[in-house]
Structures are given as C-alpha cells and as structure tokens.
Write a new protein. Structure first.
Length: 67
C-alpha cells in the first residue's frame, strides 16, 4: 500500500514539475517575442525620423511638388 502511495506522490510531483517547466518556457518565449517586437518598433521609428530629416533637408524639392 505504501508503494502505491509513493508512486502516486512521485507522479504528482513529476506532473507539477512538468507544468512549471512548460510555464517557464512559455514565459521565456513570450519575453523573446516582446523583445523582437520592441526592436522592430525601434527600427521603424528610426526609419521615420530619418525620412523626416531627409524631407526637412530637401524641403525646396518637396515644396515644388516634385516627389
């Protein structure tokens, strides 16, 4: 009887440990996705700023309607 209880307890501990590992992996994966999104957003913002600087530097061409 004690052996069955020990096996069930060990199985329960294993299931909990597996659940913790899965949740930890999911959390790490979502963190990596967030970091990648932040890098993409920063690159997009830099592109917009570069475009604005180009337009303001060449404003005479844009005022004439030459695009």
């Amino acid at each position: 009887m004690f052996a069955k209880l020990a096996k069930r307890m060990l199985a329960a501990v294993g299931i909990v440990a597996l659940a913790v590992l899965i949740l930890n992996s999911a959390s790490a994966g979502s963190g990596m996705i967030k970091e990648a999104f932040d890098r993409e957003q920063a690159a997009h913002d830099a592109l917009i700023q570069e475009h604005k600087a180009f337009i303001s530097g060449n404003k005479k061409y844009f005022d004439d309607g030459v695009y």
